[in-house]
Design a protein around this ligand. Structure first.
Ligand SMILES: Nc1ncnc2c1ncn2[C@@H]1O[C@H](COP(=O)(O)OP(=O)(O)OP(=O)(O)O)[C@@H](O)[C@H]1O
Length: 273
C-alpha cells in the first residue's frame, strides 16, 4: 500500500514537474540599429516538452535563440530561465544557469582539430574541474547515449558522416546533463532516414531523461513526429502556438500554407494511418 501511495505521489510530482516553466520570455524586443527584429514577444517552455520553433526565413528565429542564450543584447523585456531573471542574475547564478543549458548549433559546429571525445569534453573543461579519467568515462557515456559506436570517440569530425556529426554534437550538448537543450536546425543536411533517426533519439531522451528541447526547425517531419508543441514566429512575435492539431486548424495565412501545403498533408495522412 505504501508503495502504491509513493507511486501515486511520484506520478503527481512528475506531472507537476512536467508543467514547470523553465524558460519564460515576456515583452521581448530586439533591434539592430533601427531595424526591429522582435517586438513584445512572449514565449514559455515547460519541463519535459519538445517545442518546435518555426517561421519564415529571416523572421528572427536565430536572433531569438541567441538572445535567450545571452549572445545578443535585448532592447527591453524579460527573459527568465529556471525562474531567474537573467538581467538580475549574479555572475555565479548566471554560470549555474549556463551549465543547465545545452546547445547544438546549426551544421553541428564541432571543433575540427579535436576528436569526438575531446569535443564532448569541451563543456566539461570549461565548467568543471575533473580528473582526465573521469572525463573520459563521462564522455564515453554520452557518446554511447547518442548511439555512436565506441570507436567514434577517437575519430575527427572529417571522418564522420553527417548523421554521426549531429549525434556527436548532441553528445557535446548533453555533456553537463542540461535541463534544456537548444537545437538549431538539427536535421538540416541529413537524409530523411538520418533525420528520422535523429528525431527518434531526441524523443527518446525526452521520454527517458525528461529532457526539455527547444528546436528551431524547417523540418515538417520533425514537427509532426516528435514535437509536443509548435510556436510560429512572424510579424516580430509568436504568431500562433499549440499542438500540431492546432496548427492544422489555424487560419493564419503563413501557418495555413506551411502546415496545409501538399507535403504537410502527406505527412498528416501518414501520421494518422
Ligand atoms: N548581428 C546582426 N546584425 C544585424 N542584423 C542581423 C544580425 N543578426 C541577424 N540579423 C537580421 O535579423 C533578421 C532575422 O535573422 P535570423 O537569422 O534570426 O532569421 P531566421 O528566422 O533564423 O532565418 P533562417 O530560417 O533563414 O535561419 C534578418 O533580417 C537578419 O539579417
Amino acid at each position: 500500500m505504501a508503495n502504491r501511495t509513493q507511486t501515486i505521489e511520484a506520478e503527481s510530482q512528475s506531472q507537476d514537474a512536467r508543467g514547470e516553466v523553465l524558460l519564460s520570455v515576456r515583452d521581448l524586443t530586439v533591434a539592430f540599429g533601427d531595424k526591429v527584429i522582435l517586438e513584445d514577444l512572449d514565449l514559455d517552455i515547460r519541463r519535459g516538452e519538445i517545442l518546435g520553433f518555426v517561421g519564415a526565413s529571416g523572421a528572427g528565429k536565430s536572433v531569438l535563440l541567441r538572445t535567450v542564450l545571452g549572445l545578443i543584447r535585448k532592447q527591453s523585456g524579460t527573459i527568465e530561465l529556471f525562474g531567474v531573471d537573467l538581467e538580475q542574475a549574479s555572475e555565479e547564478e548566471r554560470l549555474r544557469i549556463d551549465m543547465r543549458l545545452g546547445m547544438l548549433f546549426q551544421h553541428g559546429a564541432l571543433f575540427s582539430a579535436l576528436t569526438v571525445l575531446e569535443n564532448v569534453q569541451v563543456p566539461m573543461r570549461e565548467y568543471l574541474d575533473l580528473p582526465k579519467q573521469l572525463m573520459d568515462e563521462l564522455a564515453m557515456l554520452k557518446i554511447e547515449l547518442v548511439g555512436l559506436p565506441p570507436d567514434a570517440a577517437r575519430k575527427f569530425p572529417s571522418e564522420l558522416s553527417g548523421g554521426m556529426i549531429k549525434r556527436a554534437a548532441l553528445a557535446r550538448a548533453l555533456a553537463l546533463d542540461p535541463d534544456i537543450v537548444f537545437l538549431d536546425e538539427p536535421t538540416s543536411g541529413l537524409d530523411p532516414i538520418g533525420a528520422a533517426e535523429f528525431d527518434e533519439l531526441v524523443g527518446k531522451m525526452r521520454d527517458t531523461m525528461g529532457l526539455t528541447v527547444y528546436m528551431v526547425t524547417h523540418d515538417l517531419d520533425s514537427l509532426f513526429s516528435v514535437c509536443d508543441r509548435v510556436a510560429v514566429l512572424g510579424n516580430k512575435k509568436v504568431l500562433v502556438e499549440g499542438t500540431i492539431e492546432d496548427m492544422l486548424k489555424s487560419e493564419e495565412p503563413w501557418v495555413r500554407s506551411y502546415f496545409r501545403g501538399k507535403r504537410a498533408r502527406q505527412l498528416d495522412l501518414a501520421a494518422r494511418a
